[in-house]
Design a protein around this ligand. Structure first.
Ligand code: ZN
Length: 190
């Protein structure tokens, strides 16, 4: 039985590297895995999934996958979705249909919560419907597990703003909840 998997983690928890590895693991045994991501995530340019450690692969947009026929989807042994937090609830439901009615596993990677510790639409839906939910871990500068994605700029931590700010110079850093609350970005920030 195919399953809908949701692997979540804060910034820097190797979600994209894991997504690329999952795809590679299928290819290595001669099976096909389709890599996709929501169109909203355009940080890395067009139709590419790129991880911090330098791995990258071509992908399709999740929006385009929504129009694939059952026959086209069944050509793949697995669907891998990166940056899934940006997916809409409707897209997540469609992914669950692929699992249930086409018996193709769907493996999703993404953030759980935004810079205000609120769920993204895609993560909220996945937490509700995924068969398997697992956390990918990363650490805060203090050594504790990082669960919060702090937005910051040259003035420090940013608390207000849109959930998704495209074209902004603000950056993100993973912090433990305590240091997120305190707005302490680490020893490299004064
Ligand atoms: Zn900390």
């Amino acid at each position: 039985m195919a399953k809908l998997y949701y692997y979540y983690g804060a910034m820097g928890s190797s979600k994209t590297a894991n997504a690329l590895m999952t795809r590679f693991n299928y290819e290595e045994i001669g099976q096909k895995a389709l890599l996709c991501k929501p169109k909203l995530d355009t940080r890395d340019g067009e139709r590419k999934v790129r991880s911090r450690i330098g791995l990258e692969e071509e992908c399709v947009f999740l929006e385009d996958l929504m129009h694939y026929t059952e026959e086209e989807i069944r050509r793949y042994q697995c669907i891998v979705v990166d940056e899934v937090q940006f997916a809409t609830p409707e897209q997540i439901d469609r992914l669950s249909d692929i699992v249930d009615f086409m018996d193709v596993p769907v493996v999703c990677y993404g953030l759980r919560a935004d810079f205000q510790n609120r769920l993204f639409p895609g993560s909220q839906r996945l937490i509700a419907v995924a068969d398997c939910i697992k956390e990918l871990k990363t650490v805060c500068w203090c050594g504790k597990k990082a669960t919060c994605n702090a937005r910051y700029n040259e003035r420090g931590i940013v608390r207000e703003g849109e959930q998704v700010m495209l074209g902004s110079n603000d950056e993100y850093i993973a912090l433990c909840r305590k240091h997120f609350k305190m707005g302490m970005l680490g020893p490299d920030f004064s």
